[in-house]
Ligand binder design. Sequence first.
Ligand code: NAP
Length: 284
Amino acid sequence: MNHKIELNTLTNMPILGFGVFQVTDQKEAKQAVLDAIEQGYRLIDTAASYGNEQAVGEAIKETDVSRDELFITSKLWLDSTGYEATKQAIKDSLSLLDLEYLDLFLIHQPYGDIFGSWKAMAEAKEAGLIKAIGVSNFSIAQVTNLAEFSGIKPEVNQIEVNPFNQNVQLVDYLQDYGVKVEAWAPFAEGKNGLFTNALLQGIADSHNKSIAQVVLRWIVQRNIVPIAKSTKPERMAQNLDVLDFELTQSEMEKIAKMDTSESQFFSHEDPEMIKWMANRSVKK
Ligand code: NAP
């Protein structure tokens, strides 16, 4: 299996990613990224709203792995939507990470002045500050609206994908439309008994793998890039070790039946969540 996915730009994206959402302790975040790189991760996923860009940057500085081997993603928070604010937010992320460029920058949530933000991101890409630009949590209509009315298609849409919320229609559409898909919360953060699920355990046993590995493999086999989080090096190693086995079609179909088509977290259509996000500033 090829370990990279080609984006529309000249950038290649690793097929396994590591994320640091909710790792707010700076020391822990730095150590997690150092451990992840040591274990073999090359795609690191952070965001302005995670409050750990500086710690991620310190780990990148400290590791022996060279910058051009790494694929660093950050995301724009809603307190910076619009053209001018996004230009500043890109500068701020680069400055906190202490990087000359980002491999991928995403609009974190599909609200606010996304067209202004998109223009600033496209310009930053032209200027070499960002290699690839994309979105996160965008629906079919929102991706298509942005792409068709700006003339610039997002290269990636990072969305929730796990066995309980498989997002089949959205994934099929994006892959057909030419937008690469990344899966956030591939384990649904362990909700719903994911790590003790009997069906997944049976499949895991038959391959001598863990449930986590089966889930990541199932995502990779759908041509989706999972972004998994763990602060434990042995789990990081385990979560990377998913490219030496294959799920059968019947196993893929059994996992497909676990879909409830509902987010394990919240609906992006919920007006109360949109109001909450609109009022959440992550600026210092
Ligand atoms: P997740 O990766 O689904 O789950 C993380 C949980 O699984 C942690 O509690 C971790 O515990 C545990 N875990 C990891 N590997 C394991 C293994 N092999 N065996 C048993 N348990 C294991 O959840 P997430 O952190 O919410 O999502 C992953 C990443 O996606 C984030 O870090 C972030 O980068 C991204 N994300 C993006 C968005 C967005 O809106 N774009 C939203 C959410 C997340 P330990 O750490 O203790 O190992």
